[in-house]
Design a protein around this ligand. Sequence first.
Ligand code: GDP
Ligand code: MG
Length: 414
Amino acid sequence: MSKVRIYSLAKDLGVDNAKMLEILDGLGVSYKSVSSTIEEDTVELIKQILEEEARDGAPAAAAEAQPQTTPPAQAQAAQPQVNQGQAQGAQPQVAAASSPTATAEREPQVAAAAPAEAEVPHRAPVVTIMGHVDHGKTSLLDYIRKTKVAAKEAGGITQHVGAFEAQTSKGRIVFIDTPGHEAFTTIRARGANVADIAIIVIAADDSLMPQTREAIAHAQAAKVPMIVAINKVDLPQADAERVKTDLTQLNLVPEEYGGDLVVVPVSAKTGEGVEDLLEYISLTAELEDLRADPKAPFSGVIIESRVDRQAGVLATVMVQQGTLHVGDFLVVGEGYGKIKAMTDSAGGRIKEAGPSTPVQVLGFSEAPASGETVLSAKNEHAAREVIGARASDRRDSENARERRKLTLEEMMGE
Ligand code: GDP
Ligand code: MG
């Protein structure tokens, strides 16, 4: 029998991916993602562990009915062994995993299931789509939007807000829908990382092009996990194998060639493979263990903004932590605003928005730039204080720069 992928084994055995990874950690088996393959021996071990757990669980459940017959020693003995295995065997391997975010997030859980950590709920993944011009980024987003977003009719106009939320069988996925590198790079240039996962779209009839390489480099620099969508597989001249070979030359080895790069053939025209792509996004997100506390202080990032002649400034904010409410005071750079109204990405009016939700906010007096960080203030007074302090910091550093320039000019003049 050949090797088996972690997620498909999880599916077959009826456990979730997190549980499967926990068992693998306990066994000291290394893996890079839920789509990594594991050996047949390991599969057998996992089955045994699950069977043992099921057996241990059964008498425990029956214990209430017949307390005397339950051997609690067995359950107790098994537990510490698993923990030790995790602590000693798994730690170094987890640390060696390719994604640092995954490592940082997973470690506390593996170590001791810290209760505070566990209470922070999961959040939906934020996905960005990048790739060469004409490879089908817009078409792919359109297809996902058409099939996965139940658009609310807000006066019949679908407004462009720079992001949308898709409902899939695996949960919510948020797409940044300003395709191309600009959104990603301007946002990143300001130090914010909005995307959790990057989809690199490569046309099957064109393979790797300059902007494809650029997109890959951006995702790598941002340490964002990548999924490659080989698009246009409906075309007769499509050559997905060539794309995979070309990727290998960049040291990105597709899974079926023994590497860990997830590659999904899709067609934005026929929809073929799109469901698989969404599933892979969810699997990747699960592995990243993305969490955010809706009760924490609010912080977010400006995705885009524009000035509407009638409504005024409309800014799309991605909530990263905490919850936004209508009436909140927001501070961006040296400006602030009070939220007069919020709409979700489908155009519906909303009163509050939690983590990983893109919302269009009405209430800024000036259009904030993409990538700016947004924080909330208790009230108008607090908001003014924050921007006052920021303005004086800026003036200080400008003055310092001016002084340095003068000194330099004096030196040159002499
Ligand atoms: P972008 O520049 O990456 O956003 O690419 P577009 O989405 O604008 O697509 C470029 C062209 O490729 C358009 O003419 C699309 O209709 C076409 N296209 C996109 N996806 C597919 C696909 O899956 N199959 C086929 N046959 N054509 C596609
Ligand atoms: Mg486009």
